[in-house]
Design a protein around this ligand. Structure first.
Ligand code: XMP
Length: 338
């Protein structure tokens, strides 16, 4: 049981006494953890914090703008945006192996971040949005000869060569607590309750070789899917606490799924449009429900919703003429396609 205002006051105090008047840099990814860490640290030390937001060109539609608006404009946080799309695309050209792609994206990320950090010569601290489950997970690595099924590159793991002290104010918090904290710090509810998004981003949702053209198509298809999920309300029976009375309340399909996204399949199939024939790419929709992301069920989305998404994608995204729905559970399939 914790009291949020007290918690914030304590955390702010702790950050101030750790950092003193030194400068801090933080890699903002657009994800919940780094965002909440940024908001908290900014609350504590204001302009002593500089965030670096690396756009690798594999983000969702308008994500870069959203991050810049939220932090730069609304919260007044210093954010440097680095558009490294071309650099990432060049490095990824011709690469099809999923793990090789992850390594390249993770490696480039570190490179770009280091370059920016090098410019901020006064920085003494590197802040990260490490949360308690990350701490446990990395403590478990190496034990029982643990094998990585997929290497998970996040913002973390920035090398010691930066020679910075680590500031990790969320280290003791579980995800739910991080979310509560984010809302209390003024981050928008929708942002804080977003589905997880992998570090390599659309890089592992474009099967095989990553191309900017594919990323652009996928971004638009994905945005349509997410928008329809958010806009489709569902009546759900709720388990209510004693004395509150029974009832129904409406949730939307975005909130009712743990993760949902579109996947770009670099195969072409034939379609018809008007009097003509099309020969274009395929997009798969994936939506899962899970507690821990170790196992997952495919979400039983209403056919009407799926139909609407499919129609919109095919009508609005020229270059895609077929949409399929993934009905594989984990295991044996994974949540991501790569
Ligand atoms: P899979 O596909 O292994 O995904 O069932 C389980 C969860 O992990 C996320 N995921 C990643 N996250 N870097 C990340 O930061 C990665 O390389 C990566 N691969 C998978 C996935 O989105 C899901 O939430």
């Amino acid at each position: 049981d914790w009291n949020m205002p007290d918690y914030i006051a304590e955390a702010v105090e702790k950050i101030r006494s750790q950092v003193g008047d030194e400068e801090v840099i933080l890699g903002l990814s657009g994800g919940v953890d780094s965002s909440v860490a940024a908001a908290l640290i900014h609350r504590a030390i204001g302009d002593q914090l500089t965030c670096v937001f690396v756009d690798h060109g594999l983000l969702r539609l308008d994500e870069g703008k959203m991050v810049m608006d939220m932090f730069g404009k609304n919260l007044g946080v210093k954010v440097i945006r680095v558009d490294a799309t071309d650099q990432f695309m060049n490095k990824l050209a011709g690469v099809t192996d999923p793990e090789a792609k992850r390594k390249i994206i993770g490696g480039e990320f570190v490179e770009v971040f280091q370059q920016e950090a090098g410019r901020l010569a006064n920085a003494k601290w590197l802040a990260q949005g490490t949360i308690y489950p990350d701490v446990i997970e990395s403590a478990g690595k190496g034990k029982k000869g643990s094998h990585t099924i997929k290497s998970h590159h996040n913002v973390g793991g920035l090398p010691e060569t930066l020679n910075l002290k680590l500031l990790e104010p969320l280290r003791e918090l579980f995800k739910d607590e991080v979310r509560e904290l984010g809302v209390a710090l003024g981050l928008p509810h929708d942002m804080v309750y977003r589905h997880p998004f992998p570090g390599p981003g659309l890089g592992v949702r474009i099967l095989g070789e990553v191309k900017k053209e594919f990323a652009d198509l996928l971004r638009r298809a994905d945005a349509i899917f997410i928008e329809e999920l958010r806009n489709t309300a569902i009546p759900l029976p709720v388990e209510l606490a004693e004395g509150q009375g029974a009832g129904m309340f409406h949730k939307n399909w975005y909130d009712a799924t743990s993760q949902a996204f579109a996947v770009f399949l670099p195969v072409k199939s034939v379609g018809v449009m008007g009097d003509g024939r099309t020969y274009e790419y395929v997009v798969a929709l994936r939506a899962v429900q899970t507690q821990d992301f170790m196992t997952a069920h495919w979400a039983h989305l209403p056919h009407e919703l799926l139909g609407r998404v499919s129609n919109r994608i095919i009508n609005e995204v020229r270059g895609i003429n077929r949409v399929v729905y993934d009905i594989s559970g984990k295991p044996p399939a994974t949540i991501e396609w790569e």
